[in-house]
Design a protein around this ligand. Structure first.
Ligand code: ADP
Ligand code: ADP
Length: 234
């Protein structure tokens, strides 16, 4: 079952007189339950693609169909609703709110969905347990290591039970040991729930843990590689 369908996608940025083709005709299908890595050198268009799939930016041309919905046809207000209801985000810099503890950070997107206070605190705690942070519920972001903060970020993305999770260089600020832990955690959780994970990374090594590796150069897909080996993240 295809959950993300991209057809003939273009993104052109105008820089004065010159045009930058950040995406130059991308076609792509992503299936339910798939862990997909988008890889390629810096400036190749990875973030641009992810941002468009996630409904953060409008394409210049082309189609993005997510769970049967044409994302490119939504207006700003509809996009906000789409992002809140359908997708989860994991960021390189965690993007936690510094003045909120772990539970409050995870509960925040649930409040946007109108969930009551007691219920969202309960749900936030469940997800913090799931990512191994039972002892850090009331810690503030600056009282946690990078790996712990990213676990809060993962819990926050997952707590809304999204169909699709987008992660842009999620381990970019972590050391290699913590990177493996965080990657394994994301992989295990999305597999168990049959969720779709789309991860951008410039690191070919990390991409090898995905089910499929999509390589982009100069705004074009240059290869799509099925990864049949059972990734050993131990
Ligand atoms: P990557 O994520 O692979 O590093 P990006 O998607 O960030 O690449 O960028 C792709 C290309 O588009 C680059 O040439 C970049 O400079 C350009 N670009 C990205 N965002 C903008 C923008 N807001 N305005 C102008 N050019 C941009
Ligand atoms: P990791 O190996 O996961 O990156 P660190 O070595 O950074 O962890 O941190 C080890 C321990 O110290 C963790 O239990 C973490 O909670 C705690 N810790 C890290 N940074 C801070 C901080 N700024 N304030 C309080 N505790 C911290």
């Amino acid at each position: 079952e295809v959950v993300i369908r991209v057809r003939d996608l273009y993104k052109v940025y105008r820089m004065g007189d010159t045009k930058v083709y950040a995406l130059n005709g991308v076609d792509l299908d992503i299936r339910r339950g798939e862990f997909c890595a988008i890889t390629g050198p810096s400036g190749s268009g990875k973030s641009t693609l992810l941002n468009m799939l996630a409904g953060l930016e409008h394409p210049s041309k082309g189609e993005i169909v997510i769970a049967g919905k044409h994302i490119e046809k939504l207006n700003e207000k509809q996009l906000v609703t789409f992002r809140r209801e359908r997708v989860g985000f994991i960021f390189q810099s965690y993007n936690l709110i510094a003045t909120m503890d772990a539970v409050e950070n995870v509960a925040l997107p649930l409040s946007f969905r109108g969930m009551g206070k007691a219920k969202r605190a309960k749900r936030a705690k469940e997800y913090l347990k799931l990512v191994g942070l039972e002892r850090f519920m009331t810690h503030m972001p600056n009282q946690m290591s990078g790996g712990q903060q990213q676990r809060v970020g993962i819990a926050r993305a997952l707590a809304v039970d999204p169909q699709i999770i987008f992660a842009d260089e999620p381990t970019g600020n972590l050391d290699s040991k913590t990177t493996m832990e965080v990657l394994k955690l994301m992989q295990t959780i999305v597999r168990e729930r049959n969720q779709t994970l789309v991860m951008v990374t410039h690191d070919n090594n990390l991409a090898t843990y995905a089910d499929r590796i999509i390589k982009i150069i100069d705004g074009k897909i240059v290869s799509i590689e099925e990864n049949h080996k059972e990734a050993d993240l131990e």
